[in-house]
Design a protein around this ligand. Structure first.
Ligand SMILES: Nc1ncnc2c1ncn2[C@@H]1O[C@H](COP(=O)(O)OP(=O)(O)OP(=O)(O)O)[C@@H](O)[C@H]1O
Length: 219
């Protein structure tokens, strides 16, 4: 099991009281599988990703990444764990405008061959020398995904990767994430508000008011 959240509760200060963003959430994500997380705005999806990414420490409960229990680790140890084991794909690609696709990957890690291999894996082998303004939105998102995989993470966390894409390109990006997950063996969590692309993921869960429940998607 590569990512395990057990009984995670997260609250934020809210005036004089506290708002419960995650309420005793338990989630197991095995290697080589994709769990999609659905839920309305404000339900707790981003909070779930932030806790899984070890960027936010929960009030209670534990987060285990690749067998390592993260509670109680120092900030430095957490940063190292994130760097080595967790790949994060944010909603907006945030690519550096002056760098080519290949350079966006190499800037993180000097593994030249790996950069080209990954650009090939995301279908951009022949676009390696293009800069962001010469790529489409979907292609930029593919570079973003490839970049998150440079250090061979065991956990891949993806936040709304299709929000800026049309239906067809969105479906292609989800298929790509599923394919890479199977091939590279990552434990992948895919947050989305759009259930239409999810027929091939391994599991779909829904967050409502910070609580998790399994759900099925049509199709
Ligand atoms: N830093 C914060 N301080 C206080 N409350 C917060 C903070 N971040 C989130 N919240 C609250 O926690 C709840 C869950 O927020 P979260 O961002 O996880 O939802 P979400 O499902 O990702 O929403 P969206 O789909 O709109 O991005 C919401 O009620 C939100 O207002």
């Amino acid at each position: 099991m590569s990512l395990v959240l057990t009984d995670v509760t997260l609250t934020y200060p809210d005036g004089g009281t506290r708002l419960t963003a995650l309420d005793r959430v338990t989630l197991h994500v095995p290697k080589g599988t994709v769990t999609a997380v659905l839920g309305p705005s404000g339900s707790g999806k981003s909070s779930l990703l932030a806790v899984a990414a070890t960027l936010v420490t929960p009030d209670a409960g534990t987060v285990t990444v690749d067998g390592v229990e993260t509670t109680g680790l120092s900030r430095r140890a957490l940063a190292e764990l994130r760097r080595r084991r967790i790949g994060i794909v944010f909603q907006q690609p945030n690519l550096l405008p002056s760098l080519t696709a290949a350079e966006q990957l190499r800037v993180l890690s000097r593994r030249d061959g790996r950069a080209l291999e990954l650009l090939d894996a995301v279908g951009l082998a022949d676009q390696a020398d293009r800069r962001p303004h010469q790529l489409s939105g979907g292609q930029r998102q593919r570079v973003n995904i490839a970049r998150a995989l440079m250090d061979d993470p065991t956990v891949l966390l993806v936040d709304e990767p299709t929000s800026a894409l049309d239906h067809e390109r969105g479906a292609a990006v989800v298929d790509l994430i599923i394919g890479l997950t199977r091939r590279l063996g990552t434990a992948t969590v895919l947050v989305t508000h759009d259930p239409v692309h999810l027929k091939d993921v391994d599991r779909v869960v829904e967050v409502h008011d910070g609580r998790l429940r399994d759900t099925t998607v049509p199709g």
